[in-house]
Design a protein around this ligand. Sequence first.
Ligand SMILES: Cc1ncc(COP(=O)(O)O)c(C=O)c1O
Length: 367
Amino acid sequence: MLRVMRSGWLTTAHEARQFEIEFASAVGARHALAVSSATAGLHLALEAVGVTAGSRVITSPYTFAASSEVIRYLDADPLFVDVREDDLNIDPEAVEKALAGSQRVSAVLPIHIGGRACAIERIVAAAAERSVPVVEDAAHAFPATTNGRSLGTWGSAGVFSFYATKTMTTGEGGMIVTDDEALARRASVLRLHGIDRDVWNRYTSERPSWEYEIVDVGFKYNMPDLLAAIGRVQLTRADSFLADRRRVASIYNRELADAGYLQLPDTADSACHLYVVRIRPERLTITRDELMHRLADQGIGTSLHYIPLHLMPYYRRRYGFSPADFPVSLDAYQRAVSLPIYPDLTDEEADRVTRTIRSVCESRLAP
Ligand SMILES: Cc1ncc(COP(=O)(O)O)c(C=O)c1O
């Protein structure tokens, strides 16, 4: 930060470029583009792979607003398919069916929910058969691999989030990664007003600094150097953040293993961004909401991931969805509680979370 302040160059330049080089190397991608948010990155990536107005993008409703709104930015429509019961990731069989049975599909946008890999290899293979690009929403998924390869690098492009609560952060920010030169070039031009050279190039190249060309209608999606400097430091600590998140997850896994009234997540190989348990309502007389309130009373903050998008007024209005259209997403939403998980959470605090959940639930077991 100080280095950036002293350099006098606060917006996008050297630090952002270095951050991109370091991040590309961390995930094993040829290109990385720092952007103002993962939402911005997903928008650019979908545009760059060729999502156009009137086309459809296969994705799941069990996610945050951003994953689908970017499809609407391009005047395309999400083609929702449900998630799998076990890991709440998009169901690959449903993706295959949607690819085979639908017209005008311009991309698949799977989300690695909570940082746990979706069936990305199968999805990429199915999409490739029909020459449909895959853009991975890897907002939760750094650092994580499947079959030795980083999440976010399997599809045509992958997009990471550095929002404050994510596994590494720049406050706000994101990164697009791709091996595709043309895609990187397109996203790079649109990232900054559709100008053919970014600001740094303008001020350092041989050509006169005032010369530039606008080749398309672009956006203001660049990441300032001030934030990139934070990202570079965070990146050096990513492994230790991950180890701490996994430490917390393993305490929850161990201490709740025999709590039959809870369904625990499979955290193997996960970036452990989220730790979502699902209550088994038939074994308890306490509701999910009551449980969250009781934990809050004891100073334990929980959250809810996710209210599926097909329940949201906008999507219901536009597509006429009813709640039962995506039963697995609906059921997960009704039973899910996200437990606190972040690197600074101590063993004692994690133990207190599990003790409190156990005592609240075990005082309300179904007869
Ligand atoms: C699955 C998913 N995709 C995309 C985003 C958007 O990330 P950002 O806040 O960096 O735009 C989020 C943010 O929480 C997310 O959870």
